[in-house]
Ligand binder design. Structure first.
Ligand code: UFG
Length: 338
């Protein structure tokens, strides 16, 4: 398959690109580098031993996307491009709605004009909002999101469902990611957040590296086994394999499917800290602080549908995630900067 990856220089996209190339597919990347580096693509090519065409463009730029689709015949598109910081979305709602919705609309209009109607979309477990119960199943009612970022994912899911309803030639897979962590086992590519990390694992690795003094644990009075928040962490390479399987599925089916990508196992913040310390032999000092606004007790997936439809399930365990996250950080103290 010849596949377009929008936002293809990002964390999940580079790992997915590698697995697509390993499976014998070819890839083209469009990225505006607002939150990524060309070096990530260079290293992906190096690991794969294959070339990827890299186009610097904004997915909302209609003329640029028209040129991309005129130059290529894509079998499918994986749409990763989008702003993704929860806190920032609360501060800058218009920027988030404009960017995430515009890119998707322009992409889908250009795809339709060129007869390319197979799409895999990076959605998120955030669309479940505050869950009534876990594990989360795809057919559970989503009562609403807690921030504009989440709402953009929710709205894009609705837009893409509408597109499939209107035209049966479309095939869309909405992948609801849980909490991706880890990195490729080579330690050459990984997550490279700007500034102080928002998410747990990049924060832990920054503390382990001595860049930050301690982890702030956001609350220990949740209804969980140790009082700290429980999430479904999955290895980014497993997530990447899920995308390859989703592309195969989109090629063979039509209509719109929502599919969770998670392990089905919930770990608390302290479970992650303890596993990280044990696996890597490094202390991660932490301080228990107040809850973070918008956080919930427990989020983990029912991964049964992914197994049934895609034949996919997570293979890597928490030790692998902790080891590979640390290897990436240790080998690249400045991320993709030299
Ligand atoms: N946490 C801390 N300290 C930190 C960072 C996080 O204690 O410095 C805790 C949080 O309170 C939570 C857990 O670690 O209990 C995980 O937090 P993350 O910020 O890593 O992840 P979230 O589950 O809050 O959110 C992530 C993504 C969202 C996505 C969501 C889907 O950041 O984009 O998963 O469930 F929408």
């Amino acid at each position: 398959m010849h596949i377009l990856l929008t936002g293809g220089a990002g964390y999940i996209a580079t790992h997915t690109c590698l697995q697509l190339l390993a499976a014998g597919h070819t890839a083209v990347i469009v990225d505006n580098f607002v939150n990524s580096k060309p070096e990530a693509v260079r290293r992906t090519e190096e690991l794969a031993g294959k070339k990827v065409e890299l186009i610097e463009a904004d997915v909302a730029d209609r003329a640029a996307m028209e040129a991309v689709f005129s130059a290529h015949h894509f079998d499918a598109v994986i749409h990763f491009a989008g702003l993704k910081a929860v806190g920032e979305s609360v501060e800058q709602p218009l920027r988030y709605y404009r960017n995430n919705l515009d890119t998707t609309l322009t992409l889908c209009e250009t795809m339709a004009a060129h007869g390319c109607k197979r799409l895999v979309f990076s959605s998120s477990a955030t669309v479940y909002g505050v869950p009534d119960k876990v594990p989360l199943r795809e057919d559970m009612f989503c009562k609403g999101c807690t921030n504009p970022y989440g709402w953009t994912k929710y709205m894009i899911e609705k837009i893409l469902q509408g597109v499939c309803n209107a035209d049966p030639e479309w095939s869309v897979v909405l992948l609801r990611y849980f909490n991706p962590i880890g990195a490729h086992e080579s330690g050459r590519i990984g997550e490279n957040p700007n500034g102080i990390p928002n998410n747990l694992m990049p924060y832990i690795t920054a503390v382990a590296a001595g860049r930050l003094s301690h982890l702030n644990v956001y609350g220990n009075d949740y209804k969980t086994h140790d009082g700290t928040g429980v999430r479904d962490y999955l290895h980014v390479m497993d997530l990447a394999d899920g995308h390859v399987a989703a592309c195969d599925y989109a090629m063979a089916h039509s209509g719109c499917e929502i599919i969770n990508l998670g392990t089905g196992i919930g770990y608390s913040v302290l479970d992650i800290v303890n596993a990280f310390e044990r696996v890597n032999g490094i202390k991660v000092p932490y301080v228990i602080g107040p809850r973070r606004a918008g956080d919930v007790d427990m989020v983990y997936a029912d991964p049964e549908k992914a197994k049934r439809l895609l034949g996919w399930s997570a293979k890597r365990n928490l030790d692998d995630m902790c080891r590979d996250s640390w290897r990436w950080q240790k080998n690249n103290p400045n991320g993709y900067e030299a």
